[in-house]
Design a protein around this ligand. Structure first.
Ligand code: ADP
Length: 321
């Protein structure tokens, strides 16, 4: 009997998930494994909805954002009996290994499933938030950074022409990885992230000092999770001499064609994931650490808070003088 592995994309979509689906499928086939792709995240395992994936059916998707398998936040999976039903689906289809492509929430789901199923679980970190422990970078992060940088460069033109301050909100409800990297790359005057509380008075003071230096235009990059960007822009406008505008970048950051880097990461992570199955190793997540593709304990990755290097804020401040 041919060994079957399953793929599921779960949680928020990220550019490069398709490249990962393609690579898992092709590398698994090269090693003599059969692959099925569950549809709409964990829901596909609850409803036994899947499609057979072959090297041909995953053609032409490496350059596409999103996920061809669709994704869904699936509370039913967490309800009593949900994980058991998913485990039954795996055993009914003789799935001996499951590749879970997603963020830390998806990894937690995989850990729960592994308690009820004999199938080997391997996590591939894919989220634009880059907030998964055990990897320096997640699939999709580089694409989202580049998308946001491209948009903010355009906003900067207006900021300079009108000598205005723009508060630009980027994604990141819980963590500031995206805001920090984007902020450095656009030369933001201020970067606001959930990990580092800053008062409006401090921001106003800095922008006023900048204005005195002749720097009247400015970009403030704020992570969604820092606070109410709209209120902040309004209050800044009220409390200072500056003209302040708000721009929320929103969902455009999640989509689009993955960058070369996101595709490469997806392909190399996929290779490592399939190799782990071939070595009969489960409950692992693949990752990039110091330039090497590695694997870490899945449970640890799902439970541990990834550290953010706050010294980069000091670097950004020096760069913005
Ligand atoms: P992400 O993977 O991007 O972090 P979510 O946090 O939305 O996204 O999680 C993805 C999926 O994993 C959701 O469908 C959710 O129901 C499931 N999930 C998250 N945590 C658990 C858990 N502790 N047990 C079972 N399923 C979980």
């Amino acid at each position: 009997m041919v060994t079957t592995i399953g793929i599921v994309t779960s949680g928020g979509d990220a550019p490069g998930m398709n490249a990962a689906i393609r690579a898992v499928t092709r590398i698994a086939h090269a090693k003599g494994l059969q692959v099925i792709g569950f549809e709409r995240g964990w829901d596909g395992l609850l409803t036994n909805t899947y499609r057979k994936l072959t090297p041909r059916t995953v053609g032409g998707i490496i350059q596409l954002g999103g996920t061809m398998l669709h994704t869904l936040r699936c509370p039913a999976f967490e309800e009593p009996g949900g994980v058991e039903r998913a485990a039954e689906t795996l055993s009914m289809n003789n799935v001996e290994g499951l590749v879970v492509i997603g963020g830390d929430g998806s990894f937690r789901g995989a850990v729960e499933l592994s308690k009820k199923s004999d199938a080997l679980m391997v996590g591939i970190p894919a989220t634009i938030d880059n907030d998964v422990y055990g990897t320096d970078e997640t699939i999709g992060f580089d694409t989202a950074v580049n998308t946001a940088v491209g948009a903010i460069d355009k906003i900067r033109d207006t900021a300079i022409s009108h000598e205005r301050i723009f508060v630009v909100e980027v994604m990141g409800r819980k963590r500031g990885f995206l805001a920090l990297e984007v902020g450095i790359c656009v030369g933001a005057e201020v970067i606001l992230i959930p990990e580092k509380p800053v008062t409006l008075e401090e921001v106003n003071k800095l922008m006023e000092e900048n204005a005195k230096k002749g720097k009247k235009a400015g970009i403030i990059v704020a992570a969604e999770g820092f606070g109410d960007s709209s209120k902040m822009a309004r209050e800044m406008q009220r409390q200072t001499e500056s003209e302040v505008r708000l721009s929320i970048l929103g969902y455009a950051q999640r989509g689009g064609s993955p960058t070369a880097r996101s595709r490469l990461l997806a392909s190399l992570f996929a290779q490592k994931a399939v190799e782990l199955f071939c070595e009969a190793k489960g409950n692992m997540a693949v990752g990039l650490l110091n330039g090497k593709i590695i694997s870490t304990d899945l449970k640890k990755c799902s439970e541990t808070r990834k550290p953010l290097d706050l010294s980069l804020l000091d670097t950004a401040n020096m760069l913005a003088t």
